[in-house]
Write a protein of this length. Structure first.
Length: 60
């Protein structure tokens, strides 16, 4: 009888671990996309902020 309880416990535990892994994967995917968007926006801001200096140099 205790063996059945342990087996059931292990099954629920593995299911829980699968859920947690799926959640972690989803969180990491969202974090990766967020990081990518922040990186691209910061690069565009940097190139945009360097444009006036380039125009100023060509004017001088």
């Amino acid at each position: 009888m205790p063996f059945l309880i342990v087996q059931r416990y292990n099954g629920s535990r593995s299911a829980l671990q699968g859920q947690v892994l799926r959640m972690e994967r989803r969180i990491s995917t969202v974090g990766f996309f967020f990081f990518k968007s922040v990186l691209s926006s910061s690069i565009s801001v940097r190139s945009y902020s360097s444009l006036p200096t380039l125009q100023g140099r060509t004017a001088v």
